[in-house]
Ligand binder design. Structure first.
Ligand code: NAG
Length: 290
């Protein structure tokens, strides 16, 4: 997971660098570069120029840093409790967990730049002492809000890196930490040839091998562990001698996930078929049981 995120970050930095080369090539600074002091504190820039064209110096005046709207819909025949986690030491979103009944839709704003993940919790309840817990995806907070904690694997994840200034967003569905609910993410607006729906519509629980299965109180399979989590072997976790895309290959276990959800990450280096991206300030719709 970390490797993949690092790879996406590198890709992101590469793209930014290619788009915004160092030096004086940034056209929106033309006429101002001579006034730019070394290091910090730009002179005032007319608001027309400071219009969010990608330069960090003008961030405070930036009028284009509008949030991405993330809309959650639950098409599952059961209630799902979405959780949200913001990474990169940025503040958490206005809501870090909420209840979403069957056929219900709710949305929240993710201010760009944003790195984080969303997931669904299932079979949640509050016990007699008032403690809220979920059979899958639980974040351990004891509340519906996750308050900066992530979901316990196995859990299907929707991962985002949203660029500021209508730049290039990256998103994916990851089953690297296992699977609990089918989920999809669809861009609304935005552009690019990978700016398409990423969907994991298959129910991995129904084909989960016994060794990887997590069973609920009624004995049914409610989540499916990754082989990495269960066996903790380098070939499944893409660690040690298997820590590159060339050496870490699909396994008979990861293929079980991939067959159900071809557009989702089934192991850490499953990038080619599983990375999606949009430019232009898209909004996104996340659907449980698409
Ligand atoms: C996957 O391969 C391993 C090693 O060859 C084998 O022990 C295991 O039973 C296989 N599992 C499945 C689900 O095919």
């Amino acid at each position: 997971m970390m490797k993949k995120q690092f790879a996406i970050l590198l890709l992101h930095l590469f793209c930014s660098a290619a788009f915004f080369p160092q030096g004086l090539a940034r056209p929106w600074l033309q006429g101002f570069e001579d006034e730019e002091p070394q290091g910090f504190a730009l002179p005032p820039i007319p608001s027309k120029v400071a219009k969010c064209l990608g330069d960090f110096h003008v961030e405070k005046k930036c009028v284009g840093a509008h949030p991405a709207k993330i809309t959650f819909t639950n098409n599952c025949p059961y209630t799902v409790w979405p959780g949200t986690l913001t990474g990169g030491n940025r503040p958490q979103l206005s809501r870090t967990g909420f209840q979403l009944a069957t056929k219900e839709t709710q949305s929240l704003d993710a201010p760009a730049p944003f790195t984080g993940r969303f997931w669904g919790r299932t079979q949640c309840s509050t016990d007699s002492s008032g403690r809220f817990t979920c059979a899958t995806g639980d974040c351990g907070s004891g509340q519906v809000s996750c308050n900066g904690a992530g979901g316990n694997p196995p859990v299907s994840l929707v991962e985002f890196t949203l660029a500021e200034n209508n730049g290039q967003d990256f998103y994916d569905i990851s089953l690297v930490d296992g699977f609990n609910v089918p989920v999809s993410v669809s861009p609304q607006g935005g552009s690019g040839n990978k700016c398409t729906t990423a969907s994991c519509p298959g129910n991995v629980n129904s084909v989960c091998p016994t060794q990887l299965a997590v069973k609920g109180s009624d004995g049914s399979i409610i989540a499916c562990k990754s082989a990495c989590e269960e066996f903790n072997q380098p070939e499944y976790c893409c660690t040690g001698n298997f820590n590159t895309p060339e050496t870490c290959k699909p396994t008979n276990y990861s293929m079980i996930f991939k067959n159900q959800c071809p557009q989702a990450y089934s192991y850490a280096y499953d990038d080619s078929s599983s990375t999606f991206s949009c430019s232009g300030g898209a909004n996104y719709a996340i659907t449980f049981c698409p």
